[in-house]
Write a protein that binds this ligand. Structure first.
Ligand code: SF4
Length: 64
C-alpha cells in the first residue's frame, strides 16, 4: 500500500506527472499538492499508476 509521503516524493520526481485539477490559469501548482494522488495516471490504492511506473519511480528515489 503506497504511503502519502511516498506518493508525494514520487509525484514530485516523476517525469510523467500530470495534474488533474488545476485550472489552465494556475500554471504553477503548489508543490505540496504534487503527488501521485493528484496525477491523472493515478488509479487509486488498488490499481495505482496506470503507466505502471510507480514502483520504478519509487526505486529511483532511493538511488539518489
Ligand atoms: S501516478 Fe504514475 S505517472 Fe503519475 S506521478 Fe505517480 S508514478 Fe508518475
Amino acid at each position: 500500500m503506497p504511503s502519502l509521503d511516498e506518493m508525494m516524493a514520487v509525484g514530485q520526481s516523476c517525469s510523467e506527472y500530470a495534474p488533474t485539477h488545476w485550472s489552465p490559469r494556475s500554471s504553477r501548482p503548489d508543490p505540496e499538492e504534487i503527488s501521485c494522488e493528484t496525477c491523472i495516471h493515478w488509479q487509486g490504492e488498488e490499481e495505482m499508476c496506470d503507466l505502471d511506473i510507480y514502483e520504478e519511480q519509487l526505486l529511483n528515489l532511493d538511488q539518489t
